[in-house]
Design a binder for this molecule. Sequence first.
Ligand code: CU
Length: 339
Amino acid sequence: PQENWTGLFRPGERVRLRVINASAMSIFNVRIPGLAMTVVQADGEHVRPVETDEFQISVAETYDVIVRPTEDRAYTIVSEAIDRSGMGRATLAPRLGMTAEAPPLRKVPNLTMADMGMGGMDHGAMAGMDHSAHGAAAGAAAGAAAAPMDHGAMSMRDPNNAPADMTVGVGVDAIAPAPANRLGERPQGLQDVDHRVLVYTDLRSLEPNKDTRPPSRSMEIHLTGNMERFMWGFDGRKFSELVEPIRFELNERVRVTLVNDTMMAHPIHLHGHFFQLVNGQDGHQPLKHTVNVAPGSKVTFDLTADAPGDWAFHCHLLMHMHAGMFNVVTVRPLEGAAR
Ligand SMILES: [Cu+2]
């Protein structure tokens, strides 16, 4: 922030900013106080222009925005880490050397019951959980030590809901018993701000989706963690324990639901493909390669498996990926191979 990267503009011109979250472990909330931003691309794919005042960008996501500063003054580009551990800062100005005020860091957001996938739950049943730890769990999003939790409360998984072969044992924090689709809700840390905030349901592909076939099958993948061993994985296993890759037939159309059983956000990234985020924009579902799955929430995407090969599929938080939240997606047959 001290280097104060500065982008120059002539008052009145339209400026396109490509914002890439290239960090290892930090999810940011981005705004330019005094300037509206028109989002025109997500992950490098066109979306219907949508004006906003702030957006959240998870690791590996990209948003292109257009701004039109008309005044002969500097503006501060602010990116606050969602755990409020720090703030990125840059400047848009008509001349080098100018700065605008940088707002103070806002307070650390606390996870709500909804964040924990407990909307509609009997909260009395939660008496075993140490509620004071929730804010700290949110703070762990930046890689800090996991919050101390009462593990006695962590065996709340509805066994009917979990995959039959999912490993759930001591310390596996399957602690969000009822994750729900919350794509239309404001992201972490932005629930209470008094200006417009981009939500995933705002994103609408500018072009109609090329593949509108209904999915021929559905699959559910749970995002799981273990706070005692700092292990992260899919369906309760880390990559080194996984035997089977996730298999798709070439050009198969599959609906994939990611279920975040943990109290941390996970930016899930698939190589080799863009998937269609199922966000209510039927026929114009936005194309993405990374989607942030908020704590205790579900995200669904439709995938056309049109790239033969082996592809990495993983959480893009570096420590989570290294700790096991990784698998290989195989798309077969390969080019030229017999079916
Ligand atoms: Cu993760």
